[in-house]
Design a protein around this ligand. Structure first.
Ligand code: G
Ligand code: G
Ligand code: NA
Ligand code: MN
Length: 253
């Protein structure tokens, strides 16, 4: 009930909100985009993280509705960013249920028009596991989305079981290396090897590569030596409320 009500509201102090986590180009530290991450400022329980409420939303069958809310809110924020003179793609996360929503591409197209946002400024992140669950459905959805000009990235890469045949065939622009490998990169030789291999794999497939969850300077330096393109992690920037994100961007242009 609580959550359903929060889905109906926008921008309240006690509703759902999107935090923006900056993505930085390793070469020069410039902001090249951001990922929208959902937060719930609960009136009584304080700020809740997705781990606290996404399972509940899933059980209640609200994921498709949640994904639609996120799409609309992310494009509202993108419109505000554009109005401030910024040209930064924002990415949103898609749930397994959202990926199977037959109205997805139609909704994305309508929302882009409604907010006057060019499709090149929207990116959709799909976890590797969700993408490979049903490659027939994924193939169809990805074709529809990329026909709109929306960029697609594979999230949490390395944790699922990718068929490389499909990976090469899907219209994917970016591969995001899962945080677990980046976290252990400086202490475990195997993790370092995996990260280096995933960077090579992405580049061989003409994809950009983002390393998730880098927290230390040592990790960022290692990623730079590996010619990883982009970093997203606490070491570069935390998920921020819109206004704080705008200040962050202004300081790194
Ligand atoms: O923001 P945080 O790292 O706490 O997110 C935890 C998990 O919740 C991550 O797996 C992330 O993908 C998921 N998540 C965060 N925001 C969204 C969202 O807007 N939609 C969906 N479907 N998942 C999200
Ligand atoms: O599943 P997905 O990759 O969408 O989840 C992103 C999640 O990872 C978010 O909840 C975000 O808060 C979290 N995250 C991003 N960077 C870091 C980091 O450097 N360290 C840790 N521990 N979590 C991070
Ligand atoms: Na993500
Ligand atoms: Mn991820």
């Amino acid at each position: 009930g609580d959550f359903r009500a929060a889905l109906q509201r926008h921008g309240d102090s006690d509703g759902l909100a999107l935090a923006l986590q900056p993505k930085g180009r390793l070469k020069d530290g410039h902001v090249v985009g951001a990922e929208a991450l959902i937060r719930w400022r609960h009136a009584e329980r304080g700020p809740l993280s997705p781990a606290d409420f996404l399972p509940m939303a899933q059980e209640c069958g609200l994921m498709v509705e949640l994904d639609r809310w996120v799409l609309d809110e992310a494009l509202r924020l993108q419109r505000n960013l554009m109005n401030l003179g910024h040209q930064l793609p924002l990415s949103i996360n898609l749930s397994v249920e959202g990926l199977a929503d037959v109205q997805l591409a139609g909704n994305v197209s309508a929302a882009l028009l409604r907010w006057g946002v060019p499709s090149s400024l929207l990116e959709i992140e799909i976890p590797e596991g969700a993408l490979m669950r049903d490659v027939e459905v994924s193939g169809r959805v990805l074709a529809e989305l990329s026909a709109l000009g929306v960029r697609i990235s594979i999230d949490d890469f390395g944790t699922g079981y990718s068929s490389f045949a499909y990976l090469a065939r899907f219209p994917v622009s970016t591969l995001k290396i899962d945080r677990s490998f980046v976290r252990d990169m400086c202490t475990k030789a195997a993790s370092k090897t995996i990260v280096r291999s995933l960077v090579s794999l992405a580049h061989a497939l003409s994809m950009d590569v983002v390393a998730e969850g880098a927290e230390t300077d040592a990790e960022m330096a290692m990623l730079r030596r590996m010619h990883c393109d982009v970093v997203q992690g606490f070491g570069y920037g935390r998920p921020l409320p819109f206004d704080t994100f705008v200040s962050f961007v202004s300081q790194r242009m």
